[in-house]
Design a protein. Structure first.
Length: 253
C-alpha cells in the first residue's frame, strides 16, 4: 500500500508525502512549513513524525525549505545536491535505502543540476515510479520503472507554447534539451512504454504555468497513451497542482 499526497508541484515549489500506513517519507522540500502541514493533516502526522526526507536535485524549488528540517529528521541526497551547512546522508544512484518497511531506490535522471535522481519506491508489493525534472530517461531507468502501480511523471511544457513564448532562446533550448524538462508528448511517449498490467494511475507533475495548461497536458497525454494501446478506462491520468494538495495512490483507488 502507498498513500500519496502531492503537496505542491511546479516551478514555485515541490513536496510529496507518502506512507505505507506506518512509515511516512517525504520527497523534496521546496515549500513552507505552513504549506507542508496542509498535506500532513491527511496523514494525521506532524513534521517531527516524518521518518525521512529524500531530495531529487538541488534546484531551489525542490530544496528551499530544507533548512527548516535541519537537525529534526534524516535527510538523504546525492553528493553535491545540498549545501555543506546541511547535515545529510549521501545516497548514490542504484544503491537502495530502506526506511521502515519502505524501500527507496534512486536512479540517475538528466537535468542541469549535480547528480539528479528519480526514485523507485516500494512498499510491500506496491511500487511508485517518481520522475521529475529530467530532459530524458536512459534504458536503465526505463527498465527499472516498468509496470509500477503508480507514476509521478513530469509533463512540464507544451512544445508549441514554449517555442512561441517570450522566453530567451537560450532558456527555450535549455528546457527542451536533454538536461531540461520533459514535454507533454515526450512524457506520454515514455509512459506508454512503462505502463503495465499493475498500473492504476499516472500523476502529471511540474506543469509550467507559462508554457503549458492543464487541458493541454491531459489531452496530449491521453491521445498518445491511447494511440499506443494504454487502456485509460483502467489507468487514471491525474494532474498535480502548484497551489493545492492532490491525494493519490491507494487513497484514490
Amino acid at each position: 500500500m502507498i498513500n500519496l499526497c502531492f503537496v505542491a508541484s511546479g516551478s514555485k515549489g515541490n513536496a510529496t508525502l507518502l506512507s505505507d500506513g506506518d512509515t511516512l517519507i517525504q520527497i523534496d522540500m521546496g515549500v513552507s512549513l505552513k504549506t507542508l502541514r496542509t498535506g500532513l493533516v491527511h496523514f494525521g502526522k506532524s513534521v517531527s513524525e516524518i521518518d525521512a526526507l529524500f531530495i531529487t536535485h538541488g534546484h531551489a524549488d525542490h530544496i528551499s525549505g530544507v533548512p527548516l528540517f535541519r537537525g529534526k529528521i534524516p535527510i538523504f541526497a546525492t553528493e553535491g545536491t545540498l549545501d555543506e551547512a546541511e547535515v545529510f546522508e549521501v545516497i548514490e544512484p542504484y544503491v537502495g535505502v530502506n526506511v521502515g518497511n519502505i524501500s527507496i531506490f534512486p536512479f540517475s535522471t538528466s537535468h542541469d543540476a549535480p547528480n539528479p535522481v528519480g526514485y523507485l519506491i516500494s512498499a510491500g508489493e506496491t511500487k511508485l515510479g517518481y520522475v521529475t525534472d529530467t530532459g530524458t530517461l536512459d534504458d536503465t531507468a526505463l527498465s527499472l520503472l516498468h509496470d509500477c502501480d503508480y507514476y509521478l511523471f513530469e509533463s512540464n511544457h507544451d512544445l508549441e507554447m514554449l517555442l512561441k513564448s517570450n522566453r530567451p532562446k537560450i532558456l527555450k533550448d535549455r528546457i527542451r534539451g536533454d538536461y531540461g524538462h520533459l514535454s507533454n508528448a515526450d512524457s506520454a511517449s515514455f509512459l506508454s512504454s512503462l505502463v503495465g498490467p499493475k498500473t492504476k494511475a499516472i500523476y502529471l507533475a511540474h506543469l509550467s504555468e507559462e508554457c503549458n495548461t492543464p487541458d493541454k497536458a491531459l489531452s496530449t497525454q491521453r491521445r498518445i497513451l491511447e494511440e499506443r494501446g494504454v487502456d485509460l478506462g483502467r489507468v487514471k491520468v491525474v494532474l498535480t497542482n502548484q497551489w493545492k494538495e492532490v491525494l493519490g495512490g491507494d487513497w484514490a483507488i
